[in-house]
Design a protein around this ligand. Structure first.
Ligand SMILES: NC(=O)c1ccc[n+]([C@@H]2O[C@H](COP(=O)([O-])OP(=O)(O)OC[C@H]3O[C@@H](n4cnc5c(N)ncnc54)[C@H](O)[C@@H]3O)[C@@H](O)[C@H]2O)c1
Length: 359
């Protein structure tokens, strides 16, 4: 039984608490937040769980793994404190707000001999894993490339504290890119170089909901980002991420091969239909589900992590963060940027019924 201490009890913590409440192999023993009331409210709903200060949680001998659900700007500080206290760390994406901070965390984990995992875990669901199995089986022939598109008008329409989306570590690329780019790494392998372009439609945003509705917040990041990823294997992915537009009718992810084309479901979710169109055919077929965690939800990556697999790894997250920061650097410089990191794509998730990971 792995004993988990959660740091950060905001919006996304509810999804994790739901998944982990009856999951096999983990028990939530402590929670902490800068806002002590949030920690106390969460602890009250979890049998045997204590509300602590963050410092007390890191020092707690009963905690094996720290689950870091804080905002991106705090990911580094929380991870380093937990690692220094001898804990394994699994955290929300992105790994850190900057590439330098993420490298510091990866190096600290290695130096401490502790394990490091990072969301997104949606890519371990049946959607991306079934598509990946098809690519690996040669169903689309030699891969040529992919497109990934995520377009919205911005999270201030629904999030009560959307400030972090418009600060370093936020923006549409660092916020949503991890789902799409981690998928592309699973599908087409690591990225060798990127070429980006970006823009920013507005310098302020207005919060639409919650206690701060009507408040204006500053925009410190690029809010429309496009680019090309050159995968090490030769495939080219074209990507678009935006908080500046309304919506898109493009498929979330399409993968192109010389013999076929795959359409994937939204990689911000775990499941959904994968469609295949073969060369010479006008018809699409739905692929049978063949790989991935079935009926999964946020937190399944942590369960994979404590079980020893750790497919949602710090190394994958570091590589994906470099893809994203290099896209932004490339956009600023107007130059193609070779990457300094690479990664071994984690093993395919065999088709795993929910009963195997649910308690
Ligand atoms: N909201 C979503 O739908 C969503 C979905 C997927 C992933 N995420 C990711 O989850 C993370 C958290 O997002 P959220 O929406 O839950 O944010 P949030 O602002 O709702 O909650 C973050 C919590 O962390 C606490 N916190 C911040 N710094 C801290 C620190 N140093 N020590 C202890 N506690 C600290 C805050 O007090 C707050 O309670 C982000 O990395 C985000 O990208 C969010």
């Amino acid at each position: 039984m792995n004993r988990v201490g959660i740091v950060g009890l905001g919006v996304i913590s509810r999804a994790y608490l739901d998944t982990l409440a009856d999951a096999a192999g983990v028990r939530i023993v402590a929670v902490a937040d800068l806002d002590a009331d949030r920690a106390a409210a969460a602890a009250a709903g979890i049998p045997g769980c204590r509300a602590l200060t963050p410092a007390a949680l890191y020092a707690d001998p009963e905690v094996d793994t720290v689950l870091n659900l804080t905002i991106p700007a705090a990911h580094e500080e929380v991870a380093l404190a937990a690692l220094a206290a001898g804990k394994d760390v699994y955290g929300e994406k992105p790994l850190a707000a900057t590439l330098a901070a993420a490298r510091t965390v990866v190096d600290a984990a290695a130096a401490a001999g502790r394990r490091l995992g990072c969301a997104p875990d949606t890519v371990l669901g049946t959607g991306v894993q079934t598509a990946r199995a098809a690519v690996e089986a040669g169903t689309i022939g030699a891969p040529v490339g992919a497109s990934a598109t995520w377009v919205s008008a911005g999270h201030e329409s629904w999030h009560p504290h959307p400030d972090f989306y418009y600060r370093a570590g936020g923006g549409p690329l660092l916020d949503m890119g991890p789902y799409y780019l981690t998928s592309l790494v699973h599908l087409l392998g690591p990225v060798a170089w990127v070429q980006g372009a970006s823009s920013r439609a507005r310098d302020t945003r207005v919060i639409a909901t919650g206690p701060r509705a009507g408040e204006s917040i500053p925009v410190e990041v690029e809010t429309h980002v496009t680019g090309v990823l050159g995968h090490a294997g030769g495939a080219l992915s074209t990507v678009t991420f935006s908080f500046d537009a309304v919506a898109s009718r493009a498929e979330p992810i399409e993968v192109y091969g010389v013999d076929g084309m795959l359409v994937l479901p939204d990689p911000n979710h775990f499941s959904g239909s994968v469609h295949l169109r073969r060369v010479g055919s006008a018809a699409e077929e739905e692929l049978p589900v063949s790989a991935g965690y079935e009926d999964a939800a946020r937190g399944v990556g942590l369960l994979d992590f404590v079980a020893g697999d750790g497919r949602a790894s710090g190394d994958v997250a570091l590589h994906v963060l470099e893809v994203m920061t290099a896209l932004l650097d490339s956009a600023a410089e107007g130059a193609r940027i070779p990457l300094t990191t690479t990664v071994e794509v984690p093993p395919l998730v065999p088709l795993t019924p929910a009963a195997r990971w649910h308690g």
